[in-house]
Design a protein around this ligand. Structure first.
Ligand code: HEC
Ligand code: HEC
Length: 204
């Protein structure tokens, strides 16, 4: 192939590259901008609340698709309210940066090993060690004055823990147990105990 043809092909390739990536983002900047999204997207087995379904995986997704998806939330083509709120304030540059970050290949593999992306049940299991003395290891307490919490609804458990912490439910023993817990801890504990076999609903 003559030299000038090669050169021409190179120029064409380079220019189409520029056209395709007109808003080519900065992955490092995108990583920082994505931190507000991690609460949902970086938690393994995180569910949308209602209706219940898994939050989509984004790691390794096509850059152009991410950009278009975020634009769709911005312009209303996609109705999901939380995502609309999250996309609303993103500039074109933010969207490009985030898309560049998410589209990277191979960098997200093994992410399940870090604590953030462990599921709440696994995190709750670690935190439940301090509850075992009274409620039993899996929440099936042996002592009759210590309630069974295995199999209880996760949100009920979390709500109860919050009430002990705020003092709207008063119990000296439990007040001491929840004093050091964050809201995330309470959710993780709820998830863990709810996942154990124990209480059953009473259905007619
Ligand atoms: C409160 C939880 C939550 C937060 C925070 C959140 N997302 Fe989402 N995200 C979701 C859910 C749920 C969906 C699926 C929505 C739907 O059904 O359209 C979604 C969908 C998406 C999609 C579409 C994926 C696809 O395959 O179509 C993208 C892209 C996305 N989110 C990026 C982000 C970015 C970027 C942020 C931060 C600026 C963010 N999200 C913050 C819960 C969240
Ligand atoms: C020293 C013993 C003790 C420890 C430790 C303890 N609890 Fe309790 N827990 C109790 C007692 C006693 C009650 C009943 C209190 C009451 O009547 O409100 C209770 C009540 C509860 C309830 C409310 C149950 C219901 O059906 O309303 C939940 C949820 C709970 N504990 C979770 C936990 C978790 C999670 C931990 C660990 C972070 C923990 N507890 C640690 C003794 C303990």
């Amino acid at each position: 192939m003559p030299r000038y043809v090669i050169l021409l092909l190179q120029i064409l390739a380079a220019s189409s590259f520029i056209v395709n990536f007109a808003y080519a983002g900065d992955a490092a900047a995108g990583k920082i901008k994505f931190s507000t999204c991690e609460g949902c997207h970086s938690v393994e087995k995180y569910f949308n609340v209602y209706p219940s379904y898994r939050v989509p995986k984004l790691g390794g997704q096509h850059e152009a698709y991410i950009q278009s998806a975020l634009q769709s939330y911005k312009n209303g083509d996609r109705a999901h309210e939380t995502m609309r709120a999250n996309a609303a304030n993103l500039s074109k540059e933010d969207i490009a940066d985030i898309a560049a970050y998410l589209a990277q290949k191979d960098v997200f593999k093994g992410a399940a090993n870090n604590v953030r992306s462990q599921d709440p049940v696994a995190r709750g299991k670690e935190k439940a060690a301090t509850c075992a003395a009274c409620h039993g290891k899996d929440g099936n307490s042996a002592a009759p004055t210590f309630p069974i919490i295995a199999g209880q609804h996760a949100d009920y458990i979390t709500q109860s823990l919050k009430q002990y912490k705020s003092g709207t439910r008063k119990n000296a023993i439990m007040a001491g147990s929840v004093a050091g817990l964050s809201e995330d801890d309470m959710k993780d504990l709820g998830a863990y105990f709810a996942a154990q076999t124990g209480l059953e609903p009473i259905l007619e």
